[in-house]
Design a protein around this ligand. Structure first.
Ligand code: FEO
Length: 395
């Protein structure tokens, strides 16, 4: 069902309550998502973005109930990952000659995905398209988070259509940020930023500064996932500026794996030591093999320091820790301290290898790490607690 946003703009997307993972299995989506598509009816009619491929027919059929497809003058593709461009072939089957406005890289990506010779119009930052009383201005947003990404600003209604930027994987029938639980939305917005955009933080800051310098009046930000920022849209812009600037809260995250509980006992004793030395620090422990990897990554994203623990297995670290370390590396975390620990039986290689990986991922090692042989006894656990106290001092 279409939902009216302003007199001229309607939401015509798809709310996906069933989505549990995104990007294959790369990103968990505990609260579903939405693929937001917007229809602007001025003297000319423009459609901004489509929806994910499995919903292509549903999307086009519902769009037909809102408007005669032949009345669509322009299709604007802000970003062409399949969750936004998936329904394009089904749509273009009905309106094959309608121009598709996108960046040059957007055209290349659409061609690469769908192998169709549609009527592409390449746009750059500052290019405009008059719809009558309102005008669209295009703003390239290269690598936020794909090379083709752009934002579209609509004058008159003062809306920034930001595609993935400022989005959240959050299913709601209510549509606006002032009609949902903001705590949930901000949790999902942060998770989205940490897992999808943090890698490109430098570009995020630059792009936001560029848009702010344009002094555009802003009444709403309409992203392609989750809620529309209608109540104080600048709140999410300000959050992005904070998140993009090596964001950290007063938290230490201890992420570990354990085979026979020894590394878990170490983790708990280290946590006790940190708390003894620095009671104001929030300390959180996660068994990575049991927890959702993206939730752990989000906790790491907003921590001052991260401690990684693994038993040594087959001369290395565990499968779960390997996955976490690899994902941490991809996020390009900044200004975070780190240390390693783990139990071992003979070779004890895990700590050394975790150190190497943490260094390669750009984290600053606090020390050489802590290893304990077999099951830690009372003395060994006291050493772990002392180690935690030393870590807290180093923070
Ligand atoms: Fe929501 Fe990058 O696609």
């Amino acid at each position: 069902m279409a939902k009216q946003i302003t007199k001229r703009v309607s939401w015509v997307g798809k709310v996906d309550w069933e989505l549990t993972t995104f990007h294959g299995d790369e990103l968990s989506t505990h609260r579903g998502s939405s693929y937001n598509s917007y229809l602007i009816r001025d003297q000319k009619v423009a459609l901004i973005d489509t929806v994910w491929l499995p919903y292509d027919r549903e999307f086009v059929n519902r769009l037909k109930q809102v408007i005669d497809l032949d009345k669509i003058d322009y299709v604007i593709m802000n970003h062409n990952e399949i969750d936004h461009s998936g329904a394009l072939p089904e749509l273009m089957r009905h309106i094959p000659d309608v121009p598709i406005y996108c960046t040059k890289k957007g055209e290349a990506i659409i061609r690469g995905h769908y192998h169709q010779d549609w009527n592409f119009v390449n746009v750059k930052t500052g290019d405009t398209l008059s719809l009558g009383d309102t005008t669209l201005t295009f703003i390239e947003a290269n690598m936020l988070h794909w090379p083709d990404t752009m934002f579209t600003y609509m004058s008159g209604d003062n809306i920034l259509f930001s595609n993935d930027g400022f989005g959240q994987h959050y299913a709601t029938e209510s549509l606006f940020n002032d009609s949902v639980c903001m705590h949930e939305v901000m949790q999902e917005a942060e998770k989205y930023y940490a897992n999808i955009l943090n890698t490109y933080s430098m570009m995020v800051t630059k792009k936001i500064q560029q848009i702010l310098a344009m002094n555009l009046p802003l009444d709403m930000i309409c992203p392609s996932h989750g809620v529309i920022w209608r109540d104080n849209p600048m709140q999410i812009v300000e959050k992005y500026l904070q998140w993009a600037d090596a964001y950290q809260e007063n938290q230490v995250t201890i992420a570990y794996d354990t085979m026979w509980q020894s590394t878990r006992l170490m983790a708990q004793a280290i946590a006790d030591g940190i708390r003894q030395e620095a009671p104001d620090v929030t300390v959180k422990l996660f068994n990575v093999a049991l927890e959702d990897k993206n939730d752990v990554l989000t906790e790491i994203f907003h921590s001052r320091a991260v401690l990684i623990g693994s038993p040594t297995i087959n001369y290395g670290y565990s499968f779960a820790i390997a996955g976490l370390l690899e994902m941490m590396k991809g996020l390009k975390l900044k200004k975070k301290k780190a240390a390693a620990f783990g139990s071992y039986g003979w070779s004890g290689d895990a700590v050394k290898q975790i150190n190497q990986h943490l260094t390669e991922a750009g984290l600053e090692l606090i020390n050489d790490g802590l290893m304990k042989l077999w099951v830690p006894d009372a003395d060994a656990l006291a050493e772990c607690t002392a180690y935690g106290r030393e870590l807290a001092k180093a923070l």
